[in-house]
Design a binder for this molecule. Structure first.
Ligand SMILES: [Zn+2]
Length: 283
């Protein structure tokens, strides 16, 4: 059993609308995966207000309803209480307990995990990856094509790192596929969708979704032939409603494409069910 988990930030499910760029003309592969291989799941978790990244992602990667735990949805990077909760137990620590091989494929432009640990602001996935430092991908992994930049093509780091060669979204998919073949579980996080969602710039959102779709098309062609399961979900909605600057309360898609897809999808109703569903694969 080999699994690629694609965490895509800020992509909710909403009926077609003039300001919804998640449509088959812009991103045909993503739309096909959602239509044929997903269930809508709840990202609001019984707490008022708009769902946010710190609580949504920590719920996704711990199985704990963290908006309930915190009493509210928390934005951006996790604060001390959420960090502590993630550090105590999370998906990576659980995979480790099962003696599985896992990797966080997003490249950090650092030489060592210690360098990353000293950063002041850390995302949920960074806090989780630091609890299992062997999962972390560094700059040398990226240059060896053994990691993928969070934006796929490396464009967003060109201003500070013009020495890092650009790649296409299809190249990024090939790199991720070859990483996934060496591990039981591979995580790849993409957050340009959320950044574009907040911009209220419809054309920018289309550009980001088109690039991600090229990546998805190549990746799913490769994984289907190799019998690797691809899972995809989001922490909250955003990009599907470009006339609103903030997040949405729309459900998010929980896509499972590949072997065992029905049995993985069936019990998942909210973000809190994602980590338990992944872990059940190796029971
Ligand atoms: Zn988010």
């Amino acid at each position: 059993m080999k699994v690629i988990f694609l965490f895509v930030d800020g992509v909710g499910m909403r009926p077609p609308a003039v300001d919804n760029p998640v449509n088959p003309e812009v991103c045909p592969t993503l739309c096909r995966l959602i239509a044929r291989h997903s269930v809508p799941i709840d990202a609001c978790l019984g707490v008022d207000g708009l769902p946010q990244s710190a609580t949504g992602q920590s719920t996704m990667f711990t199985g704990v309803n963290t908006p309930k735990f915190m009493g509210r949805h928390c934005e951006g990077f996790p604060g001390p209480s959420l960090r502590q909760l993630i550090e105590k137990d999370n998906l990576f620590l659980q995979l480790k307990q099962k003696n599985l091989r896992f990797r966080f494929a997003d490249a950090y432009l650092v030489d060592t995990a210690d360098e990353l640990a000293s950063r002041r602001f850390k995302s949920v996935t960074t806090v989780m990856a630091l609890t299992a430092p062997e999962s972390i991908s560094t700059e040398s992994d990226l240059l060896d094509e053994n990691a993928v930049m969070q934006d796929l093509t490396r464009e967003t780091v060109q201003d500070r790192r013009p020495d890092i060669p650009l790649v296409t979204p299809e190249d990024a998919a090939e790199h991720l596929f070859s990483i996934a073949r060496a591990y039981d579980f591979t995580l790849f996080e993409f957050f340009q969708t959320d950044v574009a969602g907040h911009s209220m710039d419809y054309d920018r959102a289309c550009g980001v979704l088109r690039s991600y779709d090229l990546f998805l098309a190549t990746l799913t062609r490769l994984t289907e032939a190799a019998g690797i399961t691809v899972m995809l979900t989001a922490d909250h909605g955003n990009i599907e409603a470009m006339e609103e600057r903030g997040h949405t309360r729309n459900p998010v898609p929980f896509v499972v494409f590949g072997p065992k897809e029905r049995e993985i999808r069936a019990p998942v109703k909210s973000l809190a069910d994602v980590t338990p569903a992944i872990l059940r694969l190796w029971n």
